[in-house]
Design a binder for this molecule. Sequence first.
Ligand SMILES: [Zn+2]
Length: 460
Amino acid sequence: MEAGSAVSAVRSQRVLCGNDIRPAVILIKEGKIFKILPDASPNVDATCEVLDVGDMLVMPGIVDCHVHVNEPGRTTWEGYWTATRAAAAGGVTTIVDMPLNSIPPTTTLSNFQEKMKAATGQCFVDTAFWGGVVPGNQLELQPMIQAGVAGFKCFLIHSGVDEFPHVTNSDLHEAMKQLQGTGSVLLFHAEREVTQPSGEDGDPSDYSTFLKSRPDIMEQEAINTVAQLCQQYQVRCHIVHLSSAQPLGVIQAARQAGAPLTVETTHHYLSLAAEDVPPRATQYKCCPPIRGKANQEQLWSALKAGQIDMVVSDHSPCTPDLKRLDSGDFIQAWGGISSLQFGLSLFWTTASKKGFSLTDTVRILCQKTAQLCCLDNQKGSLLPGHDADLVIWDPEKEFEVKEENIQHKNKLTPYLGFHLKGEVYATLVRGKIVYKQGSFSSLPLGKHLLVGQATPQASL
Ligand SMILES: [Zn+2]
């Protein structure tokens, strides 16, 4: 069965059903999971076309709720066509696009409509959209919720792009008042300026110079503010890309006090460590920064304990010139790491060694991320009635990250040459094969996901 085909049933010796892995047949009707038969029943073959994948593992497709597609406006950095093909090749069946780095940013209803138009006819996987909170746009928030944004992101520090300014405390109070009672969620880039000697005095081509310029205290200070606001307004709040383990205590205390607060970390904080970043290797630069190995161990422990809810890519590419590879200047280089295509394999390569199960993997990469965006009634689980979004992969197979296999528009990534465990064989979105063994469906089959709408999947 070729990429682009609609599938009526998927058979495997290893289907992840709840906590069990067992032989099963997933029956698909009109793009949704109709039934999961507990056994590989021979009767299925007579009634429909079956994709038999032997003993490849079948589980829900990944929901990556932190992706910067950058279109419209910065399409030389990334775009819907390339980003969603990379997603499909990596077993990601839903992405949620960040509101910044595109021009215009998704901070008004009209900008949101512009973004959806730009994405139309270009998506190989399903795509939802975050809005943004910037100074003075509070009256745009409810119209954007009604139009289907998944929630909003804001910055407490310069965002890196001038058209998406960061908010002050008073902006945050205004936004919180608008969000109260809506069920929506506010995402925080949780770093705040602190008065500390800057690291810019050191050699800018040494990673340690950059690392010293973004100390843990910047995350700690920001998260203190988030925890307090979340408790005060009881609006769902979410900390994106936690890098430092130091604020975990504050997060836990706020949660125990009843704050509806969630937190994500990223594949790069779990897979890469400051000690291993070579001089001038600005492809490792992101904000907050990749920290040391001891900190990374604490992130893994917190993930295991459920204190960190989910792991995302924070795929944030740019053109190679902005990485300043000629000078290797970490201070001047754009901050952002490309990894959308490799999230599942990056996670599994280390998580499998640390005793995480495939069920944990689904919880961390699919279910919790779907819940954050209120897409969990249709995405992130293998359940009858849910969209038939599947990743079919071999968790034991190893492969090397090679430039010719990277589908991102810009191929620069710190993972080049890495040997990863877990190779994607095929990806299905709503019952259609969008990717199989290096081939893609000829047409982009993804849809826009409008959260909270009567018809959640708007037509193309
Ligand atoms: Zn980001």
